[in-house]
Structure formats: C-alpha cells, structure tokens
Design a protein around this ligand. Structure first.
Ligand code: PGA
Length: 309
C-alpha cells in the first residue's frame, strides 16, 4: 500500500486540531473517513501514531517522528502547487529565445513591453545570424527562434509573425534618390554593401538577383545591420536591408528607400520551434504576445511599407 498526500493532509489536520471531528470538517470529509485513513497510515508505522485515552489522544514517539517527516513532505507539496500555480499564471519562469540579427529591433521592443507586465520572467535573448539559428534549432537549444524562413530539412513548427520587406537604401544625397521606377539594370554598376555569408537577408538578396538574372557588385561585407547603415549613410555604397532595421534613419532622413521596380523583396518573419519541444507557460505567453503585437508594430511602419505589401 502507498501513502497518499491526502492521507498525510488528514493526519496533519488531526494532529493540529487534536480532534477527528474538526479534522473531518477541515478536510471536508466524514469522521469515519478520517478514522479509516489514520488506520491505514498506522498500518505502515511500526506502532500506533496516537496514544488514545478515551476521547483524548496524544502523539506517540513514533507519531511525533512521523509527523515531523509529514510536515516536510507537505511543505514540499505546497511549494510544488505554488510553483505550478505561478507557472500557470505566467508570472515566473525563464525564457530562452534566439532571434535573427535583423529582428533585433522589434524583438527588443516586444521583449521590453512584455517584461514590464511580467516582472518575474527572466529572459535570455541571443541575437545571431541565420546560419547560427539553424544550428541552434538542430540542437533543440532555445524555447523558440525568431527568423525569416524556417529551414526546410528540420522537423519544425512555425508561425508567421508579420511581413518583412527588404528595401534598397541609399544615403539622402545619392543621385538615385531623385529617380523613380528604377530598374535593376540601373543599379548593377553601383557598389553594394552586404551582410556576411550565413545571413538570411543576404541569402534572400542573392536568390532574388539570381532569379532576375542580374549580378551586383559586392563592395564590402559587414556582420551587422548597424555597420551597414553607417556605411551607406557615409556614402560607401547601397544596400538592401530589412525595413525593420532603419526606422530611425528614415525618420531622420539619413537614409532613403529607393524606388526600384522589382523591390522590395517580400519576406516574412516566423516564430519557429523544434517539433516535440514543450514550451513553458511563460514562453507560450511571450509567443502569443509577439503574434498579438505584430500588427501594432507594423502600424508604426505604415508610411514606409510598399503599397503591395
Ligand atoms: P539575418 O536574419 O539576415 O540577420 O540572418 C534574417 C533571416 O533569418 O532570414
């Protein structure tokens, strides 16, 4: 026979109320049920748990030792239920997320907003490029990954968060800013600054030009969108970047989106999890939050979004 938590709670109630009747009331069961559970517990003990003298009873030496252990078990049991409750109400927990370098801006904002309402949740956010995210998904590392395009060969589940237009940018003084309906042929002699190999943005640009049968000149490669923005702003060349990385520069008129016929390259942002990975309530809540907030975030870019998107 095994002892149940319920039996331990009944025993504890009898000890604390010193009465089978009050213990029965406290546990919301009948008095005979209390007696039955105590009898079952006593079968486990080497001798009686209580010394009975008429209606009065005291814990025996065995009963005292037993009760000390029961209290420890019930304390752990209580901690367990509290912990489960906290996890259910999503105010506690750790979330490990990895996101594409290019998603850094919106992820940081969404994370900050979510954290303000969920102070007990601790985050780790790894910002890295697509190649490294694919490796992480392979190893089941993060709770989820935010990236453009889930890799096809892995067993993943993914949800689209929002659109991700890749736009051609120049500094505000560039002669092309005065032109409209630019075609790819007009820009193939321009110097391009691109992200490092392994970047999803870079791969999407290369695919797009290949499909259109155009080549472009790579003047330099840079490992971050920040570096690219500074380089373009300084006049080192043009670049194609996610619209979600350049809001401040557009507002300050430091960078300009060029009006090119076959651009933007329309991509999507995804939340990706390894199939079979069980998300904690906190991670689930943050994923839901990202999906809910995406339209609000997109709204802030409305004026810059190409009409086709
Ligand atoms: P990246 O991200 O260019 O920063 O690698 C975009 C993506 O995941 O496709």
């Amino acid at each position: 026979m095994t002892t149940s938590i319920k039996q331990l709670l009944i025993f504890d109630a009898v000890v604390k109320t010193r009465s089978y009747t009050r213990a029965a009331e406290k546990m919301k069961i009948s008095q005979p049920a209390v007696s039955q559970h105590i009898r079952l517990l006593e079968r486990l003990a080497p001798s009686s748990l209580f010394d009975r003298k008429g209606r009065d009873f005291q814990l025996t030496t065995v009963g005292i030792a037993f009760h000390q252990h029961v209290q420890k078990v019930l304390l752990h049991y209580n901690n367990l239920t509290v912990c489960m409750e906290e996890m259910r109400t999503v105010h506690k927990g750790n979330i490990a997320i990895s996101a594409a370098t290019t998603a850094n801006h919106f992820m940081a904002h969404m994370l900050a907003d979510f954290s303000r309402h969920n102070e007990g949740i601790k985050f780790s956010l790894d910002i890295t490029n697509r190649a490294s995210l694919v490796r992480q998904l392979h190893d089941y590392a993060p709770d989820f990954v935010v990236m453009g395009e889930p890799p096809e060969k892995l067993n993943l589940s993914s949800e689209i968060i929002m659109r991700n237009p890749l736009v051609l940018i120049a500094n505000a003084k560039h002669p092309l800013t005065k032109m409209s309906n630019i075609v790819l042929k007009d820009i193939i002699d321009e110097e391009f600054i691109l992200r490092e190999k392994g970047s999803g943005t870079r791969a999407a640009i290369e695919r797009h030009f290949k499909k259109k049968r155009y080549r472009f000149k790579v003047a330099s490669e840079m490992g971050s969108n920040e570096a690219i923005k500074h380089a373009v702003e300084a006049g080192l060349g043009l670049s194609i970047v996610s619209l979600h990385t350049i809001k401040l520069e557009l507002e300050a008129y430091k960078l300009v989106i060029l009006d090119v016929k076959s651009l933007p390259i329309m991509r999507d942002w995804y939340i990706v999890t390894s199939k079979g990975k069980r998300l904690s309530p906190a991670a689930k809540a943050f994923r839901k939050y990202i999906l809910e907030q995406a339209p609000v975030y997109i709204d802030g870019y409305k004026q810059y979004y190409p009409s086709s998107s």
